[in-house]
Design a protein around this ligand. Structure first.
Ligand SMILES: Nc1nc2c(c(=O)[nH]1)N[C@H]1C(S)=C(S)[C@@H](COP(=O)(O)OP(=O)(O)OC[C@H]3O[C@@H](n4cnc5c(N)ncnc54)[C@H](O)[C@@H]3O)O[C@H]1N2
Ligand code: MOO
Length: 398
């Protein structure tokens, strides 16, 4: 059987550039930048006052002048007002441009203002204080965000500051999320005593939307002809098919046969892991990839995080995410020769360690347990006994 490492390698070998597109910057969170963002002017663009108070020329203090005549008040956004004499000051607000004839700002807390005069009542004034100098953060045309990184709220802030209303981003793959099975009814339907509501498709969609994708949902009934026809249609119209269910050994598990009939090359079927053992992965001749995840909700969820999301990062040119490690909080044993993905709740302790506490639940059909956990702990297949205090890789999903 294919090991997790082999499966991961085969998945990550299927990278493709889906091109670029332009998007309004406000809608770009989670997308991958396909251009470098450059400062349209110095950052900050002028010597920016950082405290409300008075602007003076420091030479005045050196000459023993402690009381200043307030010449004018300058708000942020106003043209700077120069002082003409050393014994003058400008009352000035945070965000205002420092007037060229001044070089130091003293905050209101350190002056007393009476009858148009400001008296400084502290000694420790430093020349140039309370000023954020022009261009100290970045110079005009400096790269402020490199191509190939994910657009985060901080990058939205940069785009806004430099007037970039639209960003060139990587085009994400077009994804179809496909569920199958006649036991499944829609979320707004009342299931019979023998049915359940579809949940996997919505879980997968929610995760994908967090990563900037806009997938389409489709349901296929347990009918071999319809299965083949619908999957055939998706292979022509999408870059990636994410299926859940219908791939193990059941009499109505028509997906593997349909994929074979449609000439989707199988890279593997079944991975030495639990949950998610029946995972099927392949590629159609036109390049469309098929991730067919086992239908049990926890299996679909695990495979999505363990295989699809790393593939998505890599195919969009993002650097590999640094692995996360956690300390197992109590002894645990697992006998089958499968890599086990233990559901855990993570918490850090005062020593700065990340502690993984098992919250086992009732197998891969127990999707309620996912809400009580936030990661899978990857327990290697070569072993059966895992001791409290040992460190393992964690796959966080919250
Ligand atoms: N004889 C064997 N039986 C099974 C094996 C096996 O190796 N030999 N593997 C088991 C494992 S492990 C899993 S996981 C499941 C996977 O089977 P399928 O991928 O064919 O999934 P289904 O049978 O269609 O469904 C399994 C389970 O999940 C529910 N389901 C399916 N889709 C959804 C959905 N969209 N939303 C919510 N729940 C869904 C479905 O009703 C079933 O309860 O096979 C084992 N059997
Ligand atoms: O993959 Mo199955 O999830 O072990 O139940």
């Amino acid at each position: 059987m294919t090991t997790v490492e082999e499966a991961e390698k085969l998945v990550l070998a299927q990278l493709k550039d889906y091109g670029t597109e332009t998007t309004p910057f406000e809608q770009a969170t989670g997308r991958v930048l396909a251009e470098a963002l450059k400062a349209d002017r110095d950052l900050p663009p002028f010597n920016r006052v950082t405290m409300d108070g008075i602007a003076i020329n420091y030479t005045a203090l050196q000459n023993g002048i402690n009381t200043f005549r307030i010449k004018a008040t300058q708000a942020a956004g106003e043209e700077p007002i120069a002082i003409d004499e050393l014994n003058e000051c400008i009352e000035i607000m945070t965000g205002a441009v420092l007037p060229a004839t001044t070089d130091t700002v003293i905050r209101y807390e350190d002056v007393e203002i009476r009858a148009g005069l400001a008296s400084v009542h502290v000694q420790s004034i430093k020349q140039g204080q309370n000023i954020h100098p022009q261009g100290i953060d970045k110079k005009q045309n400096d790269v402020v965000a490199a191509s190939g990184q994910m657009v985060t709220p901080a990058i939205i802030s940069i785009a806004a500051s430099i007037g970039k209303t639209h960003l060139l981003v990587k085009k994400p793959p077009r994804v179809a999320i496909i569920s199958s099975g006649d036991e499944l009814v829609d979320v707004d339907q009342v299931p019979s005593a023998y049915q359940i509501r579809k949940s996997n498709s919505y879980t997968v969609k929610a995760v994908l939307e967090q990563h900037g994708l806009s997938p389409q949902i489709l349901h296929i009934p347990d009918d071999p002809e319809v299965t083949k026809q619908q999957i055939g249609h998706c292979l022509e119209n999408y870059d990636v098919l994410l299926l859940s269910g219908g791939i193990s050994m059941g009499k109505f598990d028509y997906i593997p046969q349909a994929l074979e009939d449609l000439q989707v090359e199988k890279f593997f079927h079944k991975v030495a892991q639990r949950p998610g053992k029946p995972f099927w992965f392949g590629r159609h001749k036109n390049g469309a990839l098929v991730f067919a995840f086992p239908g049990n909700p926890v299996a679909t969820f695990m495979c999505l995080h363990r295989y699809f999301l790393p593939w998505l990062r890599a195919t969009q040119g993002l650097a590999e995410q640094l692995p996360l490690y956690a300390v197992l909080s109590k002894d645990f044993s697992f006998q089958p020769a499968l890599e086990y993905y233990l559901q855990v709740k993570l918490a850090s302790n005062p020593k700065g360690q990340l502690i993984a506490s098992p919250v086992e639940g009732n197998g891969s059909g127990d999707f309620a347990n996912l809400a009580d956990t936030d990661a899978f702990l990857e327990l290697p297949l070569e072993r059966n006994e895992f001791k409290a205090g040992e460190i393992f890789r964690a796959w966080k999903f919250v």
